[in-house]
Design a protein around this ligand. Sequence first.
Ligand code: GLA
Length: 404
Amino acid sequence: MKLAMKFVLAFFTLLLSAPLWAQNPAQNTAPSAKLALTPPMGWNSWNKFGCNVSEDMIKGMADAMVKSGMKDAGYQYVVIDDCWQVSRDKDANIVADPQRFPSGIKALADYVHSLGLKFGIYSDAGSKTCAGRPGGLGHEYQDALKYASWGVDYLKYDWCNTTTQDARASYANMRNALDSAGRPIVLSLCEWGTAKPWLWGKEVGGNLWRTTGDIQDRWSGKKEWNPGNCCSYGVVDIIDAEDAIYSYAGPGHWNDPDMLEVGNGGMTTTEYRSHFSFWALLAAPLIAGNDLRDMNPEIHDILTNKEVIAIDQDPLGQQGRRVWKDGDVEVWAKALAGGGRAVILFNRGETDRQITAKWTDLDYPESMAASVRDLWAKKDLGKSTGKFSASVAGHGVVMVRVGP
Ligand code: GLA
């Protein structure tokens, strides 16, 4: 082939393989450009139900999202995780389990949409999903077209069975496939933090990226996860992993410390309140993982606390971070639009402790008189100058909004 011809071919190959919007990021016209400007909120089947998914259960969960007031509190996406898919047909179209989803995925998406909610689904960048169902490798554009035709609004894309695949290239490919299908679809990168997706997730059009191995319904302790593979995480282990990467989160692109375990039974109410408070301070996606059809009042009140949710959804889009630590007691803070701060006084220990947040640690002058509101007691505590102190139960938090 003549050299000039080779150059022309190389140029067009490059043009076609680059994300359309990457050619001029300032004029990003991709359908997905303005998605997830605040952290996505919704529900996902995995933490509670694993592979035990069906259209009846998902419909029931969508109904419960509305009836319980979760929709009013901001929850939106109803996401089926692994195991909805069984095979590919003769034309390689992905096939949903006909026993568990007899009406098909499009009918289910239509039902979810009819309630004013959005619909999400799960696949995997490798040859098979983590539960061994057909993966997306080699079928990215075909699957994206299928998802768009079903009315999918959110895709969680996992990382099992990817052998030597490059994570960044694989997720860029799926984002391009989704954008080419013409429907705005939130892309959730479920790569567990192995290839540091916070460094490149935004550039490839990921809206959220997992930062650790799977959360499990316990307060603390990493455990072996899939034989020989480290680790599943407790809530405290995940909190500790998020501090160093706070600066990578922002509107449209979030660190994802994994889905909520609130209400699944393995922790105390105090611990679940701490779990939820931290996810809000970390500007994390709030994806409930419990049975919404069967919530006790304490769990309901945690998941629907609108003032805590407002911290998560604050339009400035800053992730909070640790600003002070002394042994088992810590202060975490998140800057809010309008100059306020969300503050968590955190007690990792077993017994009550007095904890103080100093204004200088919040980047406020010591002399400033600031209003303090307790977001769990839902009570104004008046003005404080220089600092705020409170007694905090073991494994508990006091979460306040501080403002000039
Ligand atoms: C991985 C993911 C989980 C879940 C399962 C499904 O472990 O990290 O969140 O999606 O796969 O098999």
